[in-house]
Write a new protein. Structure first.
Length: 251
């Protein structure tokens, strides 16, 4: 699950497709979609939970160390949160404690109702499934937090599969979650996978897995220049534009 700083109430922008590969999309059989920042707005959950966690670890809000650590957490959007804390704190026990506190903070904030669906996300997922394309929702958060997000939106069962780093071994930017989805859903060719996310880590994981379509969306962590630099094969304004990107078109 990738962090988001976008405003869910902002005016909707016109769909924008950049880098579409005509005719290639009809081969897609599985779409691996990031959660926060791509299909879900987190209402500032990441920053608020991280602020609480750093304070619990004795890092004062507003200090240079706090600003550096918070910036790192934002820059590594999409990555396993345990991996992020392992970089922030050299001691593995401290990193594990910080991750546990962070997940508890996330659970409390989710219970307050901060999570919202990105407009058009449910319709896009429904279109994918009706088109015979399986859907996996992937996150950098832990399993319990992911389930709380899905439950808060009424999304349990919306996708064919949901995965977190613990399910696969490693989180983004490694390809493990995508490859786990390929195996779990009995797909015969990783080139039939489309990966969609808002962070550079999402793009990197898709490329490393060998997916044919690795698309960025502009509703979350990183902008188009960063997503392009990471290697995105296409950039769309929002997940609502995914059907336009994947719909088969005649040559």
């Amino acid at each position: 699950m990738t962090p988001d700083t976008a405003d869910a109430s902002a005016p909707e922008a016109a769909p924008a497709l950049r880098g579409t590969l005509p005719g290639a999309a009809h081969e897609v059989r599985l779409a691996v979609l990031a959660m926060v920042g791509t299909t879900v707005f987190d209402g500032g959950l990441l920053e608020r939970a991280m602020t609480r966690t750093l304070a619990d670890q004795g890092v004062g809000e507003g200090s240079a160390q706090f600003e550096r650590m918070l910036r790192y957490a934002k820059d590594t959007a999409g990555m396993s949160k345990l991996a992020v804390f392992s970089q922030l704190f050299e001691d593995r026990h401290r990193a594990a404690a910080a991750n546990t506190f962070f997940e508890r903070s996330c659970d409390e904030l989710i219970a307050e109702g901060v999570i919202q669906a990105v407009p058009g996300a449910e319709d896009a997922i429904a279109w994918l499934r009706e088109a015979g394309i399986m859907v996996c929702l992937a996150t950098g958060f832990g399993r319990h937090t992911q389930n709380m997000v899905l439950e808060s939106l009424g999304w349990m069962g919306l996708a064919d599969l949901s995965l977190c780093p613990a399910d696969a071994g490693r989180g983004r930017p490694y390809p493990d979650m995508i490859l786990t989805a390929v195996l779990a859903l009995d797909l015969d060719d990783v080139r039939k996978v489309a990966v969609v996310g808002d962070s550079c880590a999402d793009i990197q994981s898709g490329l490393r897995a060998g997916a044919s379509t690795v698309a960025g969306v502009l509703t979350g962590a990183h902008g188009e220049p960063a997503l392009r630099a990471a290697g995105a094969t296409a950039v769309v304004q929002s997940i609502r534009d995914l059907p336009v990107l994947l719909e088969p078109r005649s040559e």
